[in-house]
Design a protein around this ligand. Structure first.
Ligand SMILES: Nc1ncnc2c1ncn2[C@@H]1O[C@H](COP(=O)(O)OP(=O)(O)OP(=O)(O)O)[C@@H](O)[C@H]1O
Ligand SMILES: [Mg+2]
Length: 282
């Protein structure tokens, strides 16, 4: 075995850290986030928190290499993903599992076909091997019986779990979930959290990043928390440190207090108002 082979073997057994170095992210000339520096520890669960529109999904898109930062670096497994050869990044990218906000299943395919899609597209595994892998992954999320159902025959929570099974199909060292519990009732949301935790036990080397609005889930599942506010990082640390934080915004976020203020909608003209009132009172 050459030294290089040894290096690769050693790396394979190690969980992937995600290092963000002084990132500035945005669209066109608009900066969404800047001075973002943090390390998401390998083999742990990191939660990204922050108000709507603060840039959580934007950060995920950059970690996935779907967009290039305005400046700064992202290292996955110690490698700068924007300077490494494109072919190598594509290979790395294929191994990353992603759960999008809506599960993103294809309506014309059954659940089994959806979950097996990354394997049919990226590997030459036989149909029967793919069928077995799909059954195993569906069983991990409690959907073994539903392989032949179409997405529109399932509940929202089931679709999310199916999305998770598909994200897991390539045994990803990295799993990125954008709001896995949004739109779910509290029981289904708690089940989804439990599922992420049990996946962690099944795949101890897997690094999980989950974007969340849901404080209950952060408390139960996150080893590490990154909170974004005012275009930058307002907090990075453990869940316990988050709850001990004295920062006024963090405190307000944790106690779910709205920022006091008046609704600043536009005014209806008196003619339109009068016309509308006439119809409503008819
Ligand atoms: N493709 C895009 N082109 C231009 N601007 C975008 C694009 N996607 C997002 N933005 C802008 O970037 C900012 C951050 O959006 P992003 O979707 O990352 O927020 P978020 O924190 O994920 O919000 P939410 O919690 O509502 O999902 C917003 O101001 C949004 O308008
Ligand atoms: Mg988002």
């Amino acid at each position: 075995m050459s030294l290089d082979d040894k290096h690769i073997t050693a790396k394979k057994s190690k969980a992937w850290d995600i290092e963000l170095c002084d990132l500035r992210l945005g669209y066109g000339d608009t900066v969404v986030l800047e001075h973002v520096t943090d390390t998401f520890p390998g083999g742990k669960i990191t939660a990204i928190l922050g108000g709507s529109g603060c840039g959580k999904s934007t950060l995920l898109r950059h970690i996935l290499g779907l967009r290039t930062p305005m400046s700064g670096q992202i290292y996955l497994d110690g490698r700068d993903i924007f300077t490494m050869p494109k072919k190598e990044f594509r290979r790395m990218r294929r191994r990353m599992g992603v759960l999008f906000q809506d599960g993103a299943l294809l309506g014309a395919l059954t659940l089994g076909e959806n979950v097996g899609l990354p394997l049919t597209e990226n590997t030459r595994l036989s149909k029967s091997v793919i069928r077995d892998v799909v059954r195993y992954k569906l069983s991990l999320v409690g959907l073994e019986e539903f392989a032949d159902y179409y997405p529109n025959e399932l509940s929202g929570g089931m679709r999310k779990r199916a999305g998770l099974a598909r994200a897991l199909v390539m045994d990803p060292p990295l799993l990125l979930c954008d709001e896995p519990t949004s739109g779910l009732d509290p029981i289904n949301a708690a089940q989804m959290d439990q599922l992420l935790l049990s996946l962690k036990q099944e795949f101890p080397d897997m690094t999980i990043v989950t974007v969340s609005h849901d404080l209950a889930s952060v408390k139960t599942i996150a080893d590490h928390v990154l909170m974004l506010h005012n275009k930058t990082v307002i907090f990075a640390g453990s869940g316990e440190e988050l709850y001990a934080s004295e920062d006024p915004y963090v405190r307000r976020f944790l106690s779910r207090k709205a920022v006091p203020g008046k609704i600043t909608g536009i005014e209806l003209s008196s003619e339109v108002r009068a016309e509308l009132d006439r119809w409503i009172s008819q």
